[in-house]
Design a protein around this ligand. Structure first.
Ligand SMILES: C[S@@+](CC[C@H](N)C(=O)[O-])C[C@H]1O[C@@H](n2cnc3c(N)ncnc32)[C@H](O)[C@@H]1O
Length: 262
């Protein structure tokens, strides 16, 4: 079964296109393709019903948003709807574990591709002072805004609807002091940004990257700029890689125009 986000109230055209694509590229009989439309609230209800509380890291437990209990910074309440970002995916799970090891109280962070907001909200619960959480998809932004309210971190998690580019990252690194960066992105989105992401954290700050299948690691390492970062730890879970680095002190003579990824 496939779940597709469709903002059109009448999805028949989308279904016709899907049938045509299946007919053109596979030997599957399109008559067997059935579809039904489910609303975001039905998806939420299924999540509440089927998901069990999960100890995502030493200090954080993720629970469905309707779980009862007092307000508690060790509990992250989640209602992802159609957005990516639950501990059932190995990249999100690995990021949550590593975030727990690196976020320091009072830090200013950037989360690129926030999806449900899970990493940004986790960082706030772990004590970060401010997180700029960028997300290109409007319905994911809505989910992130809902989730930050569920966790009472509205004043610290800023959800920004924008597609991040190397240029926007360069402006960001020029304008702000950034202590840490998380980016769990699919390879096609991550690889073009990687040189600019590596330059975001202040010297001594950290960067957490994920979303890359093991086979793409050589390409990622090549683009990363090992002169900028020292590795702290990396892990591969179910074939998905996640890595944490700290930023090295910058050489004062490093020419701006030679920056990789710019
Ligand atoms: C793999 S999901 C990760 C979600 C969440 N951060 C997590 O760790 O589970 C990647 C998200 O990044 C968003 N995205 C991809 N490229 C982006 C870009 N250039 N700028 C902003 N968001 C982007 C996608 O819409 C998607 O919601």
């Amino acid at each position: 079964m496939a779940l597709l986000a469709c903002h059109d109230p009448d999805p028949r055209e989308l279904v016709a296109d899907l049938r045509a694509a299946v007919r053109a590229s596979t030997s599957l009989g399109v008559e067997s393709i059935e579809w039904s439309q489910i609303s975001e609230s039905e998806i939420d209800e299924a999540w509440q019903r089927d998901v069990r509380p999960f100890q995502a890291s030493p200090r954080l437990r993720v629970v469905p948003s309707n779980s009862v209990g007092p307000r508690d910074p060790s509990v992250l309440r989640l209602s992802p709807s159609l957005a990516f970002g639950t501990p059932s995916h190995p990249t999100t799970r690995s990021c949550l574990e590593l975030l727990d090891s690196c976020v320091q109280p009072g830090e200013r962070l950037v989360d690129v591709g926030t999806g449900s907001g899970i990493l940004a909200i986790a960082a706030a619960l772990l004590g970060a002072a401010h997180i700029e959480a960028y997300e290109a998809d409007r319905s994911a932004c809505r989910a992130a805004i809902r989730n930050r309210a569920l966790n009472h971190v509205e004043s610290r998690v800023e959800v920004i609807e924008a597609r991040v580019t190397p240029e926007s990252l360069r402006k960001l690194s020029d304008s702000d002091r950034i202590d840490g960066v998380s980016a769990n992105l699919e390879p096609a989105a991550l690889l073009p940004l990687i040189g600019s992401l590596a330059r975001l954290p202040r010297p001594g700050g950290w960067i957490l990257l994920s979303g890359v299948p093991r086979a793409e690691l050589p390409t990622l390492r090549e683009s990363l700029g090992s002169e900028l970062l020292d590795p702290v730890t990396e892990r591969v879970v179910d074939g998905w890689w996640t890595g944490l680095w700290v930023s090295r002190p910058r050489s004062p003579r490093e020419p701006e125009a030679d920056r990789p990824g710019h």
